[in-house]
Design a protein around this ligand. Structure first.
Ligand code: AMP
Ligand code: MG
Length: 430
């Protein structure tokens, strides 16, 4: 059952659309967004960055045999003397992929290479470098170097047959592809890719290639949004710059609602904005206009846009503010996690870094502030963060110079030079 926006709001304690704390906005969005259902099978190399749709149960033991973890000699632990060297005759050699199958009488060992199957009855491997060969060709094993079971990898120790190797909701990473291959899986079931449409609004915007008139700016948001979405691995649909014209806006939203799971717009949601964006959003869907207790990125529209005449077909709307820095900050604060959840991924919070702030920062308690920072190693080896110059929300260069966002939390006040602050490194944001 999908809930109305009012029903969701009623579940959130102290919900106030005019001064909404970041955490409550995140909670609201998490409750709002649906998850894709369709599943497809893809070849293993196409699965990188995709979301696993079913638990992956191992049909085999990995490894499938006990095998050696070292180059050396496989032996019986019970043959080892504890008070002096043990002398063992060599019964043969086992290589990875070419196992030794002959008998190993008591007092014998087998020369063995890493990955080779342990010969029957042998349970321990002595690494080659600890051994010497005596004049009769016997291997001498010093006392006290290995105990029974050492340097042997057990069958199924990586994964036992019937174990869940990976759980549904997993965003597949390089190690997971290797794990799939180790299970002999050529294909894997993943959720279909999310489709996200986006466009920019504002009469002052020009596209690249057009001359800039008085008071006009190039549309940069479509490029940052395209890039952030591309890193997330969703399918993107660029609907261009949409003029501040009711019919053009209506058409753009209708197209987006007809084919996308989510639509992201930038601009036109500011308080007191005189253009048509907000009106058309409200006309075509169920939309809330929030003032979020954050900086930058205070105004934002959130809700659902429906395709007229097709009530079942709707897209989640993220109406982001127009300022280029605010667009990126609100994307990272709200949209990224929401799109991952819609893609079926199990939430995995980005691990923040704690860094020493090199300067004092003025911070108002009662809102979350995102400053742009450059993280580096300090002279004492600890992480430190320096704020990039001007923090104006229109100054995209501050974002480009930065390698992370300094997150000053809702309740936090001024920061003194030398205090630890939380930083979200951009390179985790893929
Ligand atoms: P708005 O939220 O529409 O009031 O826009 C706030 C500021 O962001 C204005 O200075 C806009 O010119 C600027 N802006 C809006 N959209 C874009 C865009 N797509 N690219 C660059 N700047 C933009
Ligand atoms: Mg505008």
């Amino acid at each position: 059952m999908t809930q109305t926006l009012e029903q969701i709001a009623s579940c959130i304690s102290g919900y106030d659309p005019n001064a909404l704390p970041v955490a409550q906005a995140q909670e609201f969005i998490a409750r709002l967004v649906p998850k894709v259902q369709a599943v497809e099978r893809v070849a293993i190399r196409s699965a990188l960055g995709r979301v696993l749709a079913r638990d992956l149960i191992s049909g085999i033991d990995v490894p499938s045999h006990d095998n050696s973890a070292m180059d050396g000699f496989a032996l019986r632990g019970m043959d080892l003397a504890d008070d002096g060297p043990t002398l063992l005759a060599v019964a043969g050699t086992g290589l990875a992929g070419q196992q030794f199958t002959g008998p190993v009488p008591p007092g014998h060992c087998v020369r063995i290479m890493t990955g080779a199957v342990m010969p029957d009855g042998l349970d321990t491997v002595i690494p080659q470098e600890f051994t010497t060969l005596n004049a009769e060709g016997l291997v001498s094993v010093p006392a006290g170097i290995v105990r029974t079971g050492d340097n042997r990898r057990l069958r199924g120790e990586d994964l036992a047959r019937g174990d869940a190797a990976l759980h549904a909701g997993r965003l597949l990473r390089p190690a997971d592809l290797g794990l799939l291959a180790s299970l002999g899986q050529a294909e894997v079931a993943v959720f279909r890719r999310l489709r996200v449409a986006f466009f920019s609004t504002g009469d002052e915007l020009r596209s690249i290639g057009e001359p800039l008139g008085e008071g006009e700016v190039y549309d940069s948001n479509r490029y940052t949004i395209w890039a952030m979405l591309t890193r997330l691995g969703v399918d993107v649909l660029d609907l261009g710059v949409v003029r501040d014209d009711p019919q053009a806006l209506r058409e753009a939203f209708t197209r987006a609602a007809a084919c996308a799971d989510a639509v992201i717009t930038s601009g036109g949601v500011s308080v007191g904005e005189a253009d048509h964006t907000k009106r058309i959003m409200a006309e075509l869907g169920e939309v809330l206009f929030w003032k979020i207790a954050m900086r930058p990125g205070r105004p934002m529209a959130i809700g659902k846009i429906c395709e007229p005449g097709n009530a079942g077909r709707e897209a989640i709307l993220f109406g982001l503010p127009g300022n280029p820095v605010a667009v990126m900050v609100t994307f990272y604060a709200f949209v990224r996690d929401a799109l991952l959840a819609m893609s079926g991924a199990t939430a995995e919070a980005l691990p923040p870094l704690q860094a020493v702030c090199t300067t004092g920062l003025r911070k108002k308690a009662g809102r979350t502030e995102y400053q742009r920072g450059i993280v580096s190693r300090g002279p004492d080896g600890r992480w430190q963060v320096e704020i990039t110059g001007s923090q104006g929300s229109g100054i995209l260069r501050s974002m480009s110079q930065a390698n992370g966002l300094v997150v000053l939390h809702h309740g936090q006040g001024h920061v003194a030079a030398g205090d630890l602050v939380e930083v979200l490194p951009f390179d985790g944001l893929t």
